[in-house]
Design a binder for this molecule. Structure first.
Ligand code: TYC
Length: 106
């Protein structure tokens, strides 16, 4: 017998089924420029907290210095917030107003 859809037993869904597992939204960690934190200190924090090499850290620091802000990396919400807090605290502990923020990726 051929397979057909009868009015009593429709088998074709009208809407696309929702995926059961959704990818968690990623969050950006942003480095914010200020006039007081020494460049070398910013580079040191980027290397320590975000596992960057000297080259990557220098580039991110200079971009924030010139443009006011720079995306450092993207992580799940929890990891992004923890790293931003730890990196900001490292600045504060040394007496600098260094600031890292987070925001959801589009
Ligand atoms: N603007 C700082 C200086 O000239 C260096 C700096 C760069 C500070 C990036 C913060 O996010 C920053 N000493």
């Amino acid at each position: 017998m051929p397979e057909t859809n009868t009015p009593e037993a429709p088998t074709i869904p009208k809407t696309k089924p929702k995926p059961k597992v959704e990818r968690p939204k990623l969050h950006k960690v942003m480095l914010v420029n200020d006039d007081f934190t020494p460049r070398e200190f910013v580079v040191m924090v980027l290397k320590a907290e975000f596992r960057m090499n000297a080259d990557q850290a220098q580039r991110v620091m200079i971009t924030a210095h010139q443009k006011g802000v720079c995306v450092v990396a993207v992580y799940t919400k929890d990891v992004a917030e923890t790293k931003a807090t730890r990196a900001t605290d490292a600045g504060r502990a040394a007496g600098f107003p260094l600031l890292f923020t987070t925001e959801p990726e589009e």
